[in-house]
Design a protein around this ligand. Structure first.
Ligand code: NAD
Ligand code: NA
Length: 396
């Protein structure tokens, strides 16, 4: 079929397999260009198909020749309907990994469930014996709790008071004022249940009990802080409570891993265009000003540059892992630099519909967004008839 982007609100309903393959190839080329990383050799990535998780899988495989198991929740193609982008990314990843002689298998299912955890354990036992790095990179709006069967829905809301600020519809470039009503207590609880650390701890408990964690195993999950501009809706909002919980969970997991000399880390990453971040009001305007500023200063990074730096300059230097005063890894250090934030704050005051295309990187935002779905790659022929029925090699 001829595959074109079909937008509905902030999501794209189609994805392009050739563009997804370009995305994966470009990330692999970047990691290889940076040289070998003395990292983990048997790696489990939970949330491996898009965003930071995909870049983690690529960095492990092509930076450290690691065997990888990837877990994700994606849709394969059906007659006349494309697969979800993460499906095509994973198909392309496995193809490249297998061609390079690397072990790579994937499990498509609900990572929050007991069944998928057991499937992963069985696969590790059968193929790898143990794993020495577990990357936890899930981003989901819902979680079915494995004990209660209750379906929890996260909310992206401020806490305590209505928050009003500027936002942009990045499709039209229109800057407008939004007001977001404050969360009720239940919103906070639900968001912590979905995006907090409980499931991460459940994964590590299950893997440990099954004896599939290697001595000295590391696990890392991803967090975000951001500036005071977005604080009310992000770090001091419902999602921030979930990140507080995730960060606290790292210490609990480290305690539980003492006997096998394991450690859990949270890495605070940079704000980037992903499906998840595009849905949060205010954040797209912040990102478009941040991109403009960081590109001008030569500091811009995407997920692959971020994760390559996380591995090479934080986790696997051979020395101690550098941490902030709250015990977190910081690869948002360039985003949070005073000169970067001062510039973004100045631009924020001026930003309106008329000037945003000049003072912000709306074009870069849109390109990144289209790229998430495999569109807008210069070397893909989007007019060509394309086979949408692409398989992930390890999934039967
Ligand atoms: P993403 O949407 O690109 O990736 C989410 C991954 O989770 C995908 O692989 C998806 O298939 C998988 N997934 C979702 N629900 C699942 C389920 N039920 N079972 C199995 N897999 C499931 O998101 P991302 O932006 O890469 O976010 C990953 C982490 O990084 C999150 O914790 C996020 O908060 C954090 N983070 C994101 C940003 C940002 O700006 N995007 C910044 C800092 C930290
Ligand atoms: Na991810």
């Amino acid at each position: 079929m001829i595959i074109e982007p079909r937008m509905r609100g902030f999501i794209c309903l189609t994805a392009h397999p050739e563009g997804a393959a370009q995305n994966v190839k470009q990330q692999i080329a970047y990691v290889k260009s940076k040289g070998e990383i003395n990292g983990a050799k048997k790696v489990l990535v939970i949330g491996a198909s898009t965003g930071f998780g995909l870049s983690s899988r690529i960095t492990s495989a092509f930076g450290s020749n690691a065997a990888t198991i990837g877990v994700f929740f994606e849709k394969p193609a059906s007659e006349g309907k494309t697969a979800s982008p993460g499906w095509y990314n994973s198909a392309a990843f496995e193809k490249e990994a297998h061609a390079a002689g690397l072990y790579a298998k994937s499990i498509n299912g609900d990572a929050f469930s007991k069944e998928v955890k057991q499937e992963v354990i069985d696969l590790i036992k059968a193929d790898l014996g143990q794993v020495d790095l577990i990357v936890y990179s899930l981003a989901s709006p819902v979680r079915m709790h494995p004990e209660t069967g209750v379906l929890h829905r996260s909310a992206l809301k401020p806490i305590g008071q209505t928050f009003s600020n500027k936002t942009v519809d990045f499709h039209t470039g229109k800057v407008s004022e939004v007001s977001i009503a404050p969360a009720v207590e239940e919103d906070i609880e639900n968001t912590v249940t979905v995006m907090g650390g409980e499931d991460w701890a459940m994964w590590i408990d299950a893997l440990k009990a099954a004896g599939v964690l290697a001595d000295g195993a590391l696990t890392v999950a991803y967090s975000y802080i951001g500036p005071s501009l977005t604080e009310a809706v992000y770090r001091k909002g419902t999602i921030g409570r979930a990140k507080d919980h995730l960060e606290a969970t790292a210490f609990e997991i480290t305690d539980k891993l003492k006997d096998i000399h394991g450690k859990a880390y949270v890495s605070v990453n940079k704000a980037l265009v992903t499906q998840a971040s595009s849905a949060i009001p205010v954040i797209p305007l912040y990102i478009s000003l941040l991109y403009k500023t960081m590109k001008e200063m030569g500091l811009h990074e995407g997920t692959i540059e971020q994760i390559q730096r996380l591995y090479a300059e934080r986790l696997y230097t051979g020395g101690d892992v550098p941490l902030d005063d709250k015990g977190r890894i910081r690869i948002d250090d360039w985003e949070m630099r005073d000169d970067v934030q001062a510039k973004v704050a100045e631009l924020w005051k001026e930003a309106d519909t008329d000037n945003l295309a000049q003072i912000g990187d709306l074009e870069g935002y849109r390109k990144d967004f289209y790229n998430l779905f495999g569109f807008d790659y210069s070397n893909v022929d989007y007019k060509a008839d394309t086979n949408e029925m692409v398989n992930v090699e390890s999934i039967k």
